[in-house]
Design a protein around this ligand. Sequence first.
Ligand SMILES: C[S@@+](CC[C@H](N)C(=O)[O-])C[C@H]1O[C@@H](n2cnc3c(N)ncnc32)[C@H](O)[C@@H]1O
Length: 713
Amino acid sequence: MSRLTDLIANAKAKDSQLGADLEREFRALSSRLSFGLNFERHKPEAVELPQRPVRRGDKVRVLPPRGSTTKGDRRLWQVKKIVKGGGKKRAELECLDTPAEQSTAQIDDLVVVAEFRDTIYPGLAATGKVSRGGDKPWHTVINGENYHVLKALTWTHRGKVDVIYIDPPYNTRDKDWKYNNDYVNADDLYRHSKWLAMMERRLVLAKELLNPADSVLIVTIDEKEYLRLGLLLEQMFPEARIQMVTSVINHSGVARDKEFYRADEYLFFVFFGDAAVTPIGEDMLNSPESMEGKRIDIWNRLLRRGTDAQREDSEKQFYPFWVDPKRKCIHSVGDYIPLGVSPNTVQPPAPNLVACWPIRSNESEGRWQISAATARKGLKEGTVRLGAYSRKRKRWSISYLRNAEKERIDRGEIEIVGKDENGVLILKQSDTVARIKNPVSVWNQRSHNAGAGGSNVIRALLPGRKFPFPKSVYAVEDALRFFVKENPEALVLDFFSGSGTTAHSVMRLNKQDGGRRQCICVTNNEVSADEQKALREQGLRPGDPDWEQWGICDYITKPRVQAAITGKTANGDPIRGDYKFTDEFPMAEGLLENAEFFTLTYETPVAVNYQTAFNRIASLLWLRAGSVGRRIDKLPKTGWEVVDSYGLLVELDRATDFLKAARKAKKLGIAYIVTDDERRFQAIARRLPEGVEAIRLYESYLKNFAFANGDDA
Ligand SMILES: C[S@@+](CC[C@H](N)C(=O)[O-])C[C@H]1O[C@@H](n2cnc3c(N)ncnc32)[C@H](O)[C@@H]1O
């Protein structure tokens, strides 16, 4: 590079402007990674907001005339003035792409545009709900541009999501996805670059939502982008463990001219923190018969993962195992020590012993799954044993047999062969009964076929309606089960949710074990490229009700989730057919769950400021409190209100009444306190019941819900 630097210096001497320009380009190039994935990040994305009224100052595009199928003027304009004349409103415009160019246009021929670098003020307008789940948390389906929805979720769900499952556009065919509001052609030289830029922007936000201590990102993909996606994930998440699973989704294969027919696709699993696969009984590859007589490991880790896994969540489950490192066995189990007492103050019962405390991989204090008394009992009967020693972490792990395995022993499914020299049970799986197997990285499950488990399920739920390439509901269910099986309260997010398969899977998982897992589904209301052309020819435009009704979210996602819960098709008829998986039951039974539907809105600063948009912001407060129970939809006249999971105090003079109600509420999680005065906020926060999180909202709502752009978008 020094040769280039010399040349630039020479150029600068001859022509300072040219030299400066060259230097800037050179710096941009040299700042990029020399190895790995290089792609163009400088294509700004923008979203058109056809339902947003045009106001002065807005960024807009001028639409092609109704009936036209051309792209029209793609330039951005700013509305300088709105004038009335002849009963119609016209806008005076200044071009942002070609400075100094001015124009005028009918307001009806303009569409507001939000560029990703703009500050937005998101809100959520409720558009319907279905409830059969009693006091269970609500699943949410959000119609919107996922980049902006993810931004809004950074306020409601930062670090709270357990699993993200996404099935993004695969970039396989001509016009099968949109970049910057425009379908990408197969011959676009930048199609891979655009795809990567689109994915990267969203994954940066997704990372902020995942629980860093224990969560998983699952991304499905096929052979067109899997290499680039793998590298992108490696580059973006160096701290995570990444695995790729190959999954058969079409046993006869999709035709590939002169190539192997394609039968599979891929799932990238990105493991953060302590995230680990929980065996579910199947290895996902071999048929149960072929596994007869094989040995399996049914010992589980004693260190608790997932929710409530901190020392303070269960003080009594923080105690030491005293390990004899020479003999590689557990000598004894110590007593728990109260919160606040450091483990370093505890002396070993004998000098040769070392302590093994429940310390998590992020070095925070965790807890064991069972009490010290149960552990002692287990040690005696041989159902608690010493696991491996981690050189990196410099500590031992402990494993144990859960009650489920003990029951299998009692039932004779697992045979006790004897005890080892440390008194630990040696087990053998009975030859005649099914055994738990460790899942492998190649999956071959008939139930994962996209036709039977995807399209056919949608056909049953929404007769006559089609969605291209839904996932098999059972395939999504399996992928999730490995991570949520032992977390009945897990929060799952899918921000490319298409027909809503992920929400359907989460609801089915809940039915299987009585869980209260929750799913947030985000999708836009796109119509396919072909449909779009036909609608334009009819003189329709995005934003027209006759156009929007055909969009994915309104036509498929919401009615599908509704049908899955009610057991009735969109026409109100009982759904015909049965679920055919680990559980078989008529789809017409429905699922005992709650779901609410929202559309992302872009509030104007004025509306947010003067609280007129409160009912749309209200949904964000409710979401942050866990989307459970009632919602405060209007600013309370009394100056405060407390509902099931949260409270809102607007007039601080009413703090005493508010606190009284807060103390009475049994499941209160959050108290929102509206004030600019930090001192008064702290004073009220201190008087809240233990465990209630106090969140300050500025009096100017604008400040709380302004999402500026921090990246290159
Ligand atoms: C491959 S499909 C997902 C299918 C889904 N797994 C299923 O089983 O139905 C991807 C979906 O993401 C949606 N989508 C694409 N780009 C989006 C964006 N920027 N914001 C929101 N949704 C988007 C598309 O409308 C499409 O429905």
